[in-house]
Design a protein around this ligand. Sequence first.
Ligand code: PEP
Length: 259
Amino acid sequence: MRTPIIAGNWKMNTTYDEAMDLVEELVDGLEAREESDNVDVVLCPPFLWLFSAAEYLEDTGIQLGAQDCYPVDRGAFTGAISAAMLADQCSYVIVGHSERRTLFGETDDLVAKKAAAALRHGLRPIVCVGEGLRERDAGETDATVRRQVEAAFAPVEGGQLAECVVAYEPVWAIGSGRAADGAEAGRVGALIRETLAARFGAAAAGQVRIQYGGSVTGANIAEFIGQPEIDGALVGGASLNAAEFIRICAIAARHGAGE
Ligand code: PEP
């Protein structure tokens, strides 16, 4: 069975003090729970707080992720942070989040380069895919998700799949308070795995963890984690509330323990 994975995407939120308070509350709350062995927990704070967060997280089971990376290792790319630079601090990196695709014009090709750079430097990419409202209304959910998965994994090799996470995040569900229906998320999760299996074979595709993301809370996580092809969640808003995030992780951990 794949270990569930819950990742918190803090986006461009928190002051330094707020971030450290949140990390401390999360460490206390998550470490106090025995079942935390049955779930992988990843915190993705803003870049600036990664060093300090890493100190708090040392010797805890909680892992650190970045919210983005640039695929070139170094050079004249003002403002960018490379996967190479993140590799010492982080275990995971989110690539292709819909906010990056929409607000920063990221293409499928750039997302693929970011995923490849992450893997090259020993980071586990959390590759975000998902349809917008227009595509959903036009009946293009499956074609959009399939295209994004095929493109992002084009430079990836089968042996690297166990290191990869795919987050299915319907864009209309992100930050809207309108989560997708659990069964529909499970159906798209299966489509993502089939798409990977067509290229890499069923065994390799079976190692990828697939998350659902979009208005996940402690009240609805069970609906998603209960789907056979969904192995966790990428959590935005609710990850800024320690009690709520701990609740989400606890429910995922109980699922991971087979309960
Ligand atoms: C996200 O940013 O990836 C996300 C899923 O946000 P939210 O949980 O707030 O919808």
